[in-house]
Write a protein that binds this ligand. Sequence first.
Ligand SMILES: [Zn+2]
Ligand SMILES: [Zn+2]
Length: 373
Amino acid sequence: MTQKRDYYEVLNVDRDADENEIKKAYRKLAIQFHPDKNPNNKEAEDRFKEATEAYEVLRDPEKRQTYNRFGHAGLEGMTTDFSGFGVDIDDLFGDVFGDLFRGFGGRRRTPKSGRNLQYNLEVTLEDIIHGKEVSIQVPRVEICSICSGSGAKAGTNAVTCPQCHGRGQISQSQGFFTMARTCPRCRGEGEIIQTPCPHCNGKGAVRNTREIKLNIDKGVDTGFKYLLRGEGEAGLNGAPPGDLYVVINVAPHERFRRNQNDLITSAKISFVQATLGGKISIQGIDEREELRIPPGTQYGAQLRIPNKGVPIYRRSDAGDLIVEIEIETPTHLNGEQRKLLEDFAKLRGEPTNQEHEGFWEKLLGRHEEDDTE
Ligand SMILES: [Zn+2]
Ligand SMILES: [Zn+2]
C-alpha cells in the first residue's frame, strides 16, 4: 500500500454513512482481519491497521469533518496514538471491541495494555521562570475499585461457563465435519459473571477523573513532554496501564518574547538619551532592572542584562534579558527647543530647516508644517 486509501473505501461505507453503519462496517473488518485470528499474516495485519485508522477518524465527528474537507492531508500531525481522551468506555469495553478482547485467542480474558494519554498543559512564562507545582484533572479509564476489575459483584465470583465448560469454544457437527466456534454464552471467555458489579455494570472498569500533581521545572519550553509512567488508562485483565504524556505549551507574554533562554523586551528612549547615554529602568520579569545606555546608541540596538532571562533547565544560571532600543523622535517642539536644535545642527555643519530642506525633514523623513510659530 503505497497510496493511502480513502477511509470510506477502506470501510466500504457511503460518505453519508451514519455512526452505526461505520461501527458495523469496522466491526466486520476488525473481526475478519484481527491479528489473533490471522497469525503471521502481514496483509491481514495491514488491513486491520488500515481499518482501525479509518474507524478512528470516521467515528469522531470533528476528525471526520476535517477529513471530508481536506482529505488525509488535513489529519497530518494528529496523534491517533493518543486519542485516549473522548474514547467512550462503551466502545472500549462494549460491543465494538468486546468480541476482539474476548472472542479470539479463545480462553479467558485477553489482557490488553492501557492506552497512552496526552494532556496539553498551558503554562505562563512566569510559571516556567519560577517553576510551579500544578494539579491537572485527567479523565481516564480506571479499574473498578469495587470489584478490582473482575466485573463480579463483591462476594461473588465469575463461574465456569456451563455451555462450553470453560473452554470458550463449542463444537458443532455438520455432516462429517466438526466445527469449533466461539461460545455464544460467554463470548469465548470461558466464564460468566452471574451477578455483575453494580458500580461498573460488570465491565470491570469505570471512567474517572483523576487529579495528578506535577512539578513544572524551571526553563522548560513549549513542546517539552513529561512522561508519567502508568498514569494512562488502565490495562485490562491484568495488563499494564498506559502512560500519560503532559505536553507543555507556554502562553505568549505581553511584554516578553523568548529566544532560547533569553528574554527579549523593548524600551523607548529619547534621542537625547540615545546620543548622550545614561541609565534607564526596565521592567524585568520580576523586578525593575537598571540598564546603562551607552552614548551613541542606535535605533534597534540590543542591550543585554546578563542572567535576567529564563533559567536554564536543570542548571543554576539563566539566559539574558535583551532590551531592544527604540528611539523616540519628538513631534512637537516649542520655539526655544527648535532654536537649540537648529543651532546644534549649524554647529555640526548640517543644513538647517529653511524651506523644507533641513534637519527636521531629514530626521523625520516627512514634512513638518504644524509647528511653525
Ligand atoms: Zn466493578
Ligand atoms: Zn462458554
